[in-house]
Design a protein around this ligand. Structure first.
Ligand code: C5P
Length: 233
């Protein structure tokens, strides 16, 4: 399992997304579909990209009562997605329900990962606004352990946290890491970033790369550079 580059297809419409994917003739990249595209286009966009042979990480970050999450996950499993996620803040029972909903009759299931703390959450916000009186790193560790104990496969985290998560939850627990930039490029709005080869040495299992590929003059070359530097090819 693992060691691949996932392209974040953060486009507003099916047309733009497919125009982008059309450039990848003869290739089937692993793509991430987020809320923007899924809410605009519905499940059809997943089916359409899946029909092209691409693997799909459906990034909808479910967070609701266990019964609702279980049933929603059953719907998502029916779409044939390869990876999806929940908020660990929903608790162990919710995550266990998510695993049940995703698991097929033959016992197989897509990769299920958890968001521990959003990267937009600061220490101050955690303590003063959410009234969680703990260190954010301890919260990440505790939520990651809850995810592991609930039967999830890994977490979304910064590449800089990948080693720490592996130490806490075991080397087989997946780290899926956005915040990737080439050394010679702009950081955009990302702050705690590293390049694909840095993510590789830090132990990331999957890197999620958006703008460095989608906005590149030559997206195929940028994708191949990620694959090479991350050690996939
Ligand atoms: O364009 P860029 O490479 O920054 O895209 C990264 C992708 O990963 C985006 O889809 C963003 O929403 C997502 N993401 C993130 N940080 C997180 C979780 C998800 O950048 N903590």
């Amino acid at each position: 399992m693992g060691k691949d580059v996932i392209i974040a297809c953060d486009f507003p419409s099916k047309e733009e997304t497919l125009r982008f994917l059309d450039k990848f003739t003869g290739r089937q990249p692993f793509v991430k579909i987020g809320m923007e595209l899924f809410y605009a286009e519905g499940p059809e966009i997943v089916k359409e990209i899946k029909a092209r042979g691409c693997r799909i990480f459906l990034d909808l970050k479910l967070h609701d009562i266990p019964n609702t999450v279980e049933r929603a996950m059953r719907s998502l499993a029916g779409l044939g997605v390869d990876m999806t996620n929940v908020h660990a803040a929903g608790g162990k029972k919710m995550m266990e329900a998510a695993v049940r909903g995703l698991t097929a009759d033959d016992g197989t299931k897509p990769i299920l990962i958890a968001v521990t703390q959003l990267t937009s959450t600061s220490q101050e916000m955690l303590n003063d606004e959410l009234l969680i009186p703990a260190n954010i790193k301890d919260v990440v560790a505790s939520y990651a352990k809850n995810a592991r104990d609930a039967g999830l496969d890994g977490v979304v985290c910064s590449p800089l946290e990948a080693g720490f998560v592996h130490e806490t939850c075991g080397s087989g627990f997946l780290t899926v890491t956005p915040g990737i930039r080439f050394k010679d490029a702009a950081a955009d709005d990302q702050t705690r970033i590293t390049d694909p080869s840095g993510a590789r040495s830090l132990g990331s299992d999957y890197i999620v790369v958006g703008r460095p590929i989608t906005k590149a003059a030559d997206p195929i070359a940028a994708y191949e550079r990620c694959l090479r530097d991350f050690g996939v090819i």
